[in-house]
Structures are given as C-alpha cells and as structure tokens.
Design a protein. Structure first.
Ligand SMILES: O=C(O)c1cc(=O)[nH]c(=O)n1[C@@H]1O[C@H](COP(=O)(O)O)[C@@H](O)[C@H]1O
Length: 274
C-alpha cells in the first residue's frame, strides 16, 4: 500500500485530518517522568495508544529522539505504531537535504531503518537531492514550501525574476513538485497553518498534492482558515505540543485524547462547505 493510499484510508476510517506530532521533550513530561529521557518511548507510546483512532497520521520529529541518543526508542516506537495502528501512516519529520550520495543514506535511514511511510525534505539543494527518496516505491516525500516560522519570509517569499511568471520561491517549489519533479506521484508540500492565504496560493499551484500543514495549536494557526484554504486536495494537519502536553500530570494521555478529539472536531467542522 502506498503512502497516499494509507493516508486516504486513515483519513476516511478515523474521519480525521489530524496528524499528531510526536515531539517528545523530557522537560515537559508529566511529573512522574519529568526530565527522564529513558521514558521517551513510554511517553510517545501512551500518546499513540490514546489517539490512534483519532488521526490520519503520526509525525515523529527525529531531533527530539536524536538529541537524547534515543534512536533506539524511535525504532521501538515505529514498531509500536505498526502493531497498534497498522492503518495509520507515519511521516518521519527529518527535513533532510543533501547531495545524492548522502541523500541515499538518509533515504535508507528513513525507509529501511525506521520503516517510515513518508519523510519531510528541504528542496534547497535541488532535484538530485530529492530523487534518492523517490526510488522507494510508494513512499511519500513532503518538500518544505512555505514554512510556519517567521523566518520563512527570508527566502520563501522572494521573487524569482528570471523564472517565467516571476513566482515567489515557494510558488516555484509548489510548481516543481506538482509538475516535473513528481516522477511517480510521491511528492507533497509542507505549508504552515500560520499563513492561510499562502496555503490557498499553494493549493492553486498544486491542486492534487497532499499538503502537510503544521502550525495549529501551539503556533496559533487558524484551523478553520487552514482547512478551507487547503480544500480540494489531500491534507494532513499537524499539532504537536498542544496535544502532547495538554496535561503535565498523570492524566496526560487522557488529556491528549481530549485535545486531539477537540481538534479533529474543529477541523471536520471547517471542512464542510463554507
Ligand atoms: O515540517 C514540519 O513538520 C514543520 C514545518 C513547518 O513549517 N513548521 C513546523 O512547525 N514544522 C514541525 O511541526 C511541528 C509543530 O509543532 P507544534 O508547534 O508543537 O504543533 C514541529 O515538529 C515542527 O518541527
């Protein structure tokens, strides 16, 4: 089953556009585990168990594991997700981008070591930095396009005077991903929920691509405006901290479930015709 098939299936089965981001920060763990990096797997597994029927995807952020030497716990977590939620695709958020020979190693890490269904990539180094990921049949690759952070303006909003139509950098990335770079239909785009008008622009340029949209919840993105802007094609709307740390007490998993449920409801309500 391809990443896109899995995404379609999980979206329909769980009636959800919500992706729960797994960004485990031991400093924010519930009181009994606070500061203990040895509990990264236990914390994430509890979140997965509490939300698996509410999501269309999970997105572990690799830095939150690697920073603590917890890659083994990430491997164990990938196995756990497969066991308890085999129908839910996993997007490994690694934002890689390097020359082809090195990208081959990163692709192997994501798809063979961790068994991810999709990855996030920086397109900054160009097409040959993306192609090694496309060798893995059916796997997804989301290219950073219009990111949620304030510094996203520094490069992505610049105009490319020499490209026909003089698009912005992010429009150009969207155009390449929708067209010539999308050899086998594996590409998607990352666009921040903090910029609904630009999501609309990206959707116009890339009508069929899946959009991974972080920035609702802790970053304050407007969930309703986001869903409306992305409509017409597949979307995966990520929230991490607002769900993971809904409670700092022993009831953190129940609180995460309640927060995920509320966000799913909000997103579904927004996806009704305006
Ligand atoms: O690629 C991403 O997932 C990403 C792109 C982007 O533009 N902005 C962004 O916040 N992210 C990631 O999405 C998650 C957002 O987390 P919260 O702000 O806690 O919901 C983090 O894991 C970020 O690394």
């Amino acid at each position: 089953m391809t990443f896109l098939d899995m995404l379609r299936d999980a979206t329909a089965r769980n009636h959800s556009l919500l992706c729960v981001g797994l960004d485990p920060d031991p400093a924010k763990f519930p009181t009994h585990w606070r500061g203990d990096a040895g509990k990264i797997f236990d914390f994430c597994a509890a979140i997965v168990d509490a939300t698996a029927d509410l999501v269309c995807a999970f997105k572990p952020q690799i830095a939150y594991f690697a920073a603590h030497g917890a890659e083994g716990q990430l491997e164990k977590l990938m196995g756990h997700i497969r066991a308890v939620a085999p129908h839910v695709p996993v997007i490994l958020d690694s934002k890689r981008g390097d020359i082809g020979s090195t990208a081959e190693q990163y692709a192997k890490e994501a798809f063979e070591r961790y068994g991810a269904d999709a990855v996030t990539l920086s397109p900054f180094m160009g097409f040959d930095s993306v192609t090694p990921y496309l060798q893995y049949e059916g796997k997804g690759a989301f290219l950073l396009c219009r990111t949620s952070n304030p510094g996203g303006d520094d490069l992505q909003a610049q105009t490319l005077a020499d490209v026909p139509g003089q698009p912005t950098v992010f429009e150009h990335v969207a155009r390449l991903a929708q067209g010539p770079w999308n050899l086998n239909g594996q590409l998607g785009l990352v666009v921040g929920a903090t910029r609904p008008q630009e999501i609309e622009r990206v959707r116009a340029v890339a009508p069929t691509l899946p959009l991974l949209i972080p920035g609702v919840g802790a970053q304050g993105g407007d969930a309703v405006a986001t869903v409306r802007a992305a409509q017409g094609g597949p979307m995966v709307i990520n929230s991490s901290r607002a769900i993971l740390y809904a409670s700092a007490e022993a009831d953190f998993a129940q609180a995460a479930r309640a927060a995920a449920m509320a966000t799913r409801t909000q997103l579904n309500a927004a996806s009704l015709p305006a």
